[in-house]
Design a protein around this ligand. Sequence first.
Ligand code: SF4
Length: 292
Amino acid sequence: MAIAEKPPAKKTLTKKQRALEIFDRLTGLYPDALCSLDYETVVQLLVATILSAQCTDERVNKVTPALFARFPDAKALAEADRDELESLVRSTGFYRNKAKNIQGACQMIMEKFDGEVPRTMEELLLLPGVARKTANVVLANGFGTNMGVTVDTHVKRLTYRFGLTNHTDPVRVERDLMKLLPQPEWENWSIRTIYHGRNICDARKPLCGECTLVDLCDRRDVDKPKGKSKRKSTTGKTQSKSTAKSRKSPRTAPVTSTAKKNTAKSTKKSAITKSTSSKSSKKSPKKSPVKQ
Ligand code: SF4
């Protein structure tokens, strides 16, 4: 799809109106989107979120069943043998640091917070390995409180591409989003943006031709050549990697079918309940009540 002109609608919208319209469309695309991590308690949510740093949720979900079967709660994790803990989380990467942080956080939970995950941003940030992103995930999905906007790599990239922030630093991106979006939807924004980042707006190859947000999106930096890597063409001449890739067959499937198909794939887990369905329902999808 050729994307030559900015649509009239976008020109007439303020940044805030555009953010809300993007959120509405994302809600329509991913009405049942929920946190992709598997957990049964808030401690397990905290641990899974720490493990998700520099790792996919899919990979984390492969690791946590055995981890939580062996060490189900904060006490068990605080007293765990470090070598065993490391071996259980090894495939998530940075496993030594993650095991150290998980154990340190659980020890602090046992010693300082009577065995319960703290419920405030201030206290959560005291835990080893917990920065604002992890704290926001725990507060929103574990306790149902939006104290900030979770900014992971997808949220950071898409918010910048949308043109809703001029920053790439997560804390600044979060601050900008908090000004644009209603507080009850902060976590819903993050979850749905993450789904869109996974399904359509890939870091290296965003499918703008299939994207229903194209008329609202600045597509900032999207058309810039990626990297300087060169590869030899069949004629012996060098060409950029991005140029070579762009010569593959264009995708023409409509966005709704692609996105919904992928969404269905992503949401098929039993932990996900269908709590929202209509466009811009403004309801917050929630998993089953989380035990402490
Ligand atoms: S795929 Fe393109 S149009 Fe869609 S959100 Fe990403 S950059 Fe914007």
